[in-house]
Design a protein around this ligand. Structure first.
Ligand SMILES: [Zn+2]
Length: 341
């Protein structure tokens, strides 16, 4: 069965071939100024014989840049002879969003991480997801989807997994999370899991690892370094590459910590529209009963600000970036030291 029989996306990539292939996924993109237009999404496959197959993706949200930068560097630098097995690399998964520097696709307004498994006859984001779900995910042993906080959030550079029922799948996932050696490993619940590539990979019984490497739609030397060392650590963890794991300690940083976001009570929402003043920086400990910030009211400056106090305590893993908030925006997420992992 060829790609064209099962997907509207075509490619010159031969997933079975040894060596390094840089090519495109050709996604139909008919529009006013280009009737037979095509979106040409870069993809690279590097294979050297038998071994695990790993998917590395960035740009699932287009305003998160550590993943794309680390992956573009990886595909230029890595020779097939340096690995055993196969990696499939997509630096910009929601490619139109990535080019636009936006979280959502400027073509159909969709969030790539809420529409899996996609649709054969859907909009452009759904068609990309449908190809990835049906043509790429069946080939892989594990997926690494490199996110950051994007425009709206700042995060402690982290690697993230979810609670899984299957014990072996959970153990394999925790081992890969530890091997990445990000400053913090988070085991957590999501606010909304429907349509995530995470969930799609997990439901196939495979290892899924996400990251949250920084935020504010900016890059820092340190957050890129976490991404780059993490990717190579993963190749070493799967015995696809030789060498020792590079740890945060070797970078002159604190030892990697495993933490948990055990329930959605760790998320603090803005309860009013206004201007948010954070009281803590990410990585700070927030003691029990302490507010994480307050919301000022620009149209009624004499009104007392609304204080936002979490229901729990812990490390401030993530905080709101832009000052102006709407009621319902997440302004803080707390993580707690893990006792069980
Ligand atoms: Zn993201």
């Amino acid at each position: 069965m060829t790609d064209t029989e099962t997907s509207r996306v075509t490619t010159d990539i031969d997933y079975g071939k040894n060596g390094k292939q840089h090519a495109y996924l050709r996604v139909p993109n008919s529009r006013d100024n280009s009737g037979w237009g095509t979106l040409l999404m870069p993809i690279t496959v590097i294979r050297n014989g038998e071994g695990p197959t790993l998917l590395f993706s960035g740009g699932n949200h287009g305003d998160e840049y550590e993943g794309p930068v680390a992956l573009m560097k990886l595909i230029r630098e890595l020779d097939a002879a340096e690995i055993q097995g196969r990696i499939i690399v997509i630096p910009g998964l929601n490619y139109p969003a990535f080019l636009a520097g936006k979280r959502l696709s400027p073509i159909d307004g969709k969030n790539m991480n809420r529409i899996f498994p996609g649709k054969f006859d859907g909009t452009i984001t759904e068609v990309i997801a449908h190809y990835v779900y049906h043509q790429i995910l069946p080939l892989i042993d594990a997926a690494f989807d490199l996110h950051s906080g994007g425009y709206s959030m700042f995060m402690v550079p982290s690697v993230m997994i979810h609670y899984l029922e299957d014990e072996k799948q959970m153990a394999d996932t925790v081992a890969a999370m530890r091997a990445f050696r990000a400053p913090v490993g988070i085991i957590g619940e999501e606010l909304d899991t429907a349509g995530m590539i995470d969930t799609a990979v997990e439901e196939m019984g495979k290892v899924f690892i996400g990251t949250e490497l920084g935020g504010g739609a900016i890059l820092t030397p340190d957050s890129i370094r976490v991404a780059e060392t993490g990717i190579r650590n993963i190749l070493k963890h799967y015995d696809m590459m030789e060498g020792e794991l590079v740890t945060p300690e070797w970078r002159g940083k604190a030892e990697a910590r495993i933490m948990e976001v055990p329930d959605t009570g760790c998320f603090v929402m803005a309860m009013a529209d206004g201007l948010y003043e954070p009281f803590f920086e990410v990585g700070d400990e927030v003691p029990a009963g302490q507010p994480v910030g307050q919301i000022h009211f620009p149209e009624t400056p004499s009104h007392k600000p609304m204080v936002m106090t979490p229901g729990s305590h812990g490390m401030l893993w993530s905080r709101r970036g832009p000052g102006m908030v709407e009621k319902g925006d997440t302004v803080a997420v707390l993580a707690q030291e893990s006792k069980d992992w």
